[in-house]
Design a protein around this ligand. Structure first.
Ligand code: MN
Length: 759
């Protein structure tokens, strides 16, 4: 209950001055000059009068006179204490607790709950404390009132902290006594019904809290009538325009609908009575919110949702439920796959009913719920039905509630503070989903833990693919941000946005995950396969063969330890670097050439290598062939290829020190030769030892340049004594050109030594 909804009089009649007057509306607010005058009109007093009468009448239908007397005593006490206080709307304050009590009376709640509802704001808004209430009305009532009262005299560092602590307190009180939440829901429901007097911001905040906390709690406990009304009222406050549009649409259609409803209802009633079933047929109309929710979540048009006719058939016993089902299925054709038996298998919150959908008059869908009176009460009030019927401590609804409350207690014990506790309760309340909004106001339902990127994919897979960021409630946020209920999410897309493997680390929805994986796999497969095909074909061409001329059968013998079953897979593996194209080509062609007379004492790989023609390397093959940085081979050097997965074929000079180490695993080495027509430069290192003298570096550099060669790098080491070691990394096409450069440097003065550096 928002405090500001009350105007609390500055002075109160002291608690000890107990009035026995029953008609509290005779109390004139003008007795207290500080109370806003002229707000307690005759009209509001009249309203209280009829509300009061209605309550006593309602209570007399199910409570003992003694219990009613207890409630009346609480009422007199509460009226006295709230005397002089008014609500923002102008009514005397007592109107509010009286209304809350009426809501509970309509659910046939027990006298303690109703007394507590009447007294629920006493602790917060009057000088009376819990002990005082206990003395007057007993421990039970006092505990309930205390449970719904906010914490007092505590300095909260923020409003959020206060809200969290108060909510935590209420939840724990609820664990001890479920009736606390029923009193609280009645309080909240009346506040929501009278929310219009509040400011826009306050309205929205209260409505949001109602949807986030109270609606799911009511749902969890099966208190559906209150839940639906709370949802509808919250929706109206949060989205007044949407509410109005839908409301008008409903109004417009209602007349047509009415006739068809009446006709259908009468037909159902006749049919069932003819079958000898005692029955009550109740037409149902969906709430604005439930229509809205269905439209959004199931992506249906207004007509698709609204033009469904709902009826509830109330019968005497379970047997009659099934007989009624048979009768209506005989009357109208059932829609296949829509029948649900929640009698045999009740829902978790204890809900029981038969559901079926029929093709009704003019083919319009007809939704039927068939159940007994008891089941109907549980469907409407859930755990509250427990107090009505006293059936039970082990009714499904009650057991389920108990289980949940125990959970809450555990959560409280393991949480470090109220925020954490509440967060866990909220997660528990929406175990499966989080509801967020598109900028256009469409509701999107996502699993809990879903991130902004999941949202993007949920909107459309193309939006997910091109998403580069999001705005959550207008604030720029990363795609990995986890979403919370009620946030508005706007996806920022760009054509440069692409799915990445990193996205898989945080998306949770199957749709996003599948879409990203599919994209990556396609991309990878396609790229790898294209590359592999090209590499393999080129390698084979060097053996005067080609991929076209090669059958999978020829390759098969070399793939025994792999799962490759076709040429496409083979190309993919080559493209991914798991298989080396030159080696494969050499083996394929080699195997062809020496398929006869194979000395069995020689290992087969050696045979193939010996017999195989050497490969030529083309300088353009940067993607698979690379040149070792240790020995810098250039055309004309005797070379050898070393295959390594992920690095392709690395070309070393046969004279390289590193290669002599690699020689130990000969399976990875391959004979290669330089091609004849190479049109590119390679790197070679030239080491020059020169007398340390100014200008020597410049002299050598210009000599190299004059030979038409580019210097890619220089390393200078001052040796001890008079000598300097200069190492030039020179771009050079072949050995002949390198020899020319070395020769030219040697002609310079003061040069001690010029060599090609190895390793
Ligand atoms: Mn209240």
């Amino acid at each position: 209950m928002p405090r500001s909804q009350k105007i609390i009089a500055a002075s109160k009649i002291s608690a000890s001055k107990k009035s026995k007057r029953r008609n509290i509306y005779n109390i004139n607010s003008t007795e207290d000059p500080r109370t806003t005058p002229n707000i307690q009109t005759d009209k509001s007093l009249e309203a209280i009068g009829s509300l009061e009468e209605n309550l006593w009448r309602r209570l007399s239908t199910y409570l003992e006179p003694k219990q009613i007397n207890d409630i009346k005593r609480a009422y007199v006490f509460s009226s006295e204490q709230h005397k002089g206080q008014t609500r923002i709307s102008g009514e005397p304050y007592i109107y509010h607790p009286l209304s809350a009590a009426t809501i509970l009376a309509d659910m046939n709640m027990d006298s303690a709950s109703i007394s507590a509802a009447i007294l629920h704001d006493i602790i917060e808004d009057t000088p009376i404390n819990k002990d005082h209430i206990e003395k007057e009305f007993g421990y039970e009532v006092a505990s309930l009132v205390d449970g719904v009262s906010k914490l007092e005299n505590i300095d909260f560092s923020s409003r959020a902290e206060a809200d969290a602590d108060n909510l935590a307190k209420m939840l724990l009180a609820m664990v001890n006594d479920l009736r606390v939440i029923l009193v609280k829901l009645a309080d909240r429901l009346h506040n929501m019904r009278t929310l219009n007097v509040m400011s826009y911001d306050k309205k929205r905040r209260i409505a949001r809290e109602t949807l986030d906390i109270y609606v799911p709690i009511a749902l969890r406990l099966g208190i559906n009538e209150i839940r639906q009304e709370l949802e509808n009222l919250s929706f109206q406050s949060l989205f007044p325009i949407r509410y109005k549009v839908l409301k008008n649409a409903i109004k417009k259609r209602r007349r047509n609908r009415k006739e068809l409803m009446a006709k259908t209802g009468a037909t159902l009633l006749n049919c069932l009575q003819d079958s000898g079933i005692k029955i009550k047929v109740i037409g149902r109309e969906k709430t604005v919110y439930s229509i809205y929710k269905k439209m959004r979540v199931k992506k249906l048009s207004f007509s698709e949702v609204f033009d469904v006719y709902g009826f509830r058939l109330i019968v005497n016993d379970i047997d009659a439920c099934y007989r009624a089902l048979g009768a209506v299925h005989n009357l109208y054709k059932p829609v296949p796959g829509k029948f649900k038996d929640y009698i045999a298998i009740p829902k978790a919150n204890g809900y029981q009913s038969l559901h079926t959908v029929l093709f009704g008059l003019k083919g319009t869908p007809l939704e039927l719920q068939i159940r007994t009176e008891d089941m109907d009460n549980i469907a409407a009030t859930g755990v509250a039905a427990h107090w009505k019927y006293k059936t039970a401590d082990n009714s499904p609804a009650h057991n389920h509630a108990r289980e949940w409350l125990n959970n809450i207690l555990e959560m409280q014990q393991s949480a470090r503070n109220s925020f954490e506790f509440l967060e866990n309760v909220k997660i528990d309340l929406f175990p499966d989903e989080v509801y967020v909004f598109t900028p256009a106001g469409d509701i999107m339902e996502l699993p809990r833990e879903a991130t902004a990127l999941d949202f993007a994919y949920a909107v459309h897979s193309d939006i997910g693919k091109n998403a580069i960021g999001v705005k959550i409630d207008k604030i720029h946020s990363p795609l990995s941000t986890a979403l919370r209920n009620g946030q508005t999410v706007e996806v920022i897309t760009s054509s440069v946005g692409k799915p990445s493997p990193a996205h898989l680390d945080f998306v949770v929805t199957a749709k996003a995950r599948g879409s990203i994986k599919h994209y990556l796999k396609n991309l990878q497969d396609q790229q790898a396969s294209d590359l592999g095909e090209r590499l393999l074909d080129e390698s084979l061409k060097r053996h005067s063969s080609s991929l076209k001329e090669t059958s999978f059968e020829q390759v098969k013998p070399f793939l025994k330890s792999t799962k490759i079953t076709c040429i496409e897979d083979l190309c993919k593996e080559v493209g991914l670097g798991n298989l080396m194209a030159p080696i494969l080509a050499q083996r394929i062609v080699g195997a062809e050439q020496q398929s006869f007379k194979k000395p069995s004492t020689w290992p087969s790989w050696l045979l193939r290598r010996r017999r195989a023609k050497s490969l030529f390397i083309k300088g353009t093959e940067g993607m698979v062939v690379s040149f070792a940085n240790c020995c810098h081979p250039i055309p004309g050097d005797p070379v050898v290829g070393v295959a390594s997965a992920g690095h392709g074929l690395v070309v070393h000079r046969q004279a390289c020190n590193n290669f002599s180490k690699l020689r130990k695993s000969p399976e990875t080495t391959i004979d290669i030769e330089w091609a004849d027509d190479i049109n590119r430069d390679f790197s070679a290192k030239i080491r020059v030892i020169t007398k340390s003298q100014r200008g020597s570096l410049a002299g050598i550099a210009s000599t190299i340049a004059n030979q038409g060669r580019n210097i890619a790098g220089v390393n200078i080491e001052e040796n001890e004594g008079n000598y300097t070691s200069l190492t030039f990394l020179v771009d050079i096409p072949n050995r002949k050109a390198l020899a020319d450069v070395i020769k030219a440097i040697r002609t310079l003065s003061n040069i001690h030594k010029v060599v090609r550096a190895i390793g």
